[in-house]
Write a new protein. Structure first.
Length: 310
């Protein structure tokens, strides 16, 4: 069995946050709002490398800080978090985890309940990883929220998860159609004049492009500035070397992100997706996080984005 956890992760010291804070760190707080439909609202929740945190209860314990990861096909806990919850891994079974930089064999653990506010998922198998980085206790794959609407308001530090009613975007929002391929959301985007297939990955710190995109930009005479070598460290622990370049504006529909940088390399995961020969992009939180509001509506298959006012 093969699972994908597509998140760019940078090695940092890990901190585990449970129901009580330790070492001066404040535990995440959950706020449940009464509504006709299940609704979950909580403060955001940015980890030290800019990703979105969601407070999650596992078998009634927690909350744990899990990275909300649109690029992951399965949820994960760190070994340290699983030990604190007294969750025993299945010693008879391992699965192959495919990350951005490589693959590895990892154990799995059964959990009876995974709760996000009023949302409840039962009888789940969750993989165990050595580190989720940035202080997180693990990763929450949004595939479990397949009929939901996720709203993140960065300026208000607020995340909301509701059952999607198929509502249209509010006034002032740009809308971008989403395709779900390999269980993760893809959109059409542009980097300068070059059209790319882009994965929206809230679990990634940084935006990554393949070498085909870099070649296309050079051929369009949009030469990157200030090149610098930069390694990518994946959840499997393997490292790939990239070249980080300033690029023309990244466009998602009517939304333009200026002064962006892309780390160019032929990631292992690009090869797995057979996307080495055409321009491809993994859009991380360095781009998503400059927005005012980010909405992913799974039922409408749509991104709804609002930029920050100048």
């Amino acid at each position: 069995m093969r699972l994908s956890l597509v998140a760019l992760l940078v090695v940092v010291t890990m901190r585990v946050a449970m129901a009580q804070s330790t070492g001066g760190e404040t535990a995440a707080t959950e706020v449940v709002v009464a509504a006709p439909e299940p609704k979950y609202v909580a403060p955001t929740l940015r980890d030290r490398i800019g990703r979105i945190w969601a407070p999650v209860f596992v078998d009634g314990q927690g909350p744990l800080r899990l990275v909300l990861d649109t690029g992951a096909s399965t949820s994960a806990l760190t070994h340290m978090a699983a030990d604190l919850l007294a969750l025993d891994p299945d010693r008879t079974r391992k699965v192959t985890l495919r990350g951005v930089t490589g693959t590895t064999s990892v154990p799995v653990v059964k959990v009876r309940k995974l709760e996000i506010g009023d949302f409840l998922t039962e009888n789940q198998r969750i993989i165990l990883v050595d580190d989720a980085f940035g202080g997180a206790d693990g990763v929450l794959a949004t595939r479990a929220l397949h009929d939901r609407r996720i709203v993140v308001e960065f300026r208000k530090d607020r995340i909301e998860i509701t059952r999607s009613k198929g509502q249209v975007a509010p006034p002032g929002f740009a809308t971008i159609p989403v395709r779900f391929d390999r269980q993760v959301p893809w959109v059409d985007a542009y980097v300068g004049p070059v059209k790319v297939k882009a994965l929206i990955d809230t679990g990634a710190q940084q935006t990554l492009g393949n070498l085909a995109l870099r070649t296309a930009l050079l051929e369009a005479r949009r030469r990157g500035l200030d090149p610098r070598n930069e390694d990518v460290i994946g959840v499997t622990g393997e490292v790939q070397e990239g070249v980080n370049l300033a690029v023309p504006p990244i466009r998602l529909g009517d939304v333009r992100v200026q002064n962006a940088r892309i780390n160019f390399l032929n990631l292992h995961i690009f090869g797995h997706w057979r996307m080495l020969d055409e321009p491809a992009l993994l859009i991380g939180m360095d781009v998503i996080g400059v927005l005012d509001t980010f909405i992913l509506d799974y039922r409408r298959r749509e991104l709804q984005l609002r930029t920050r006012a100048n």
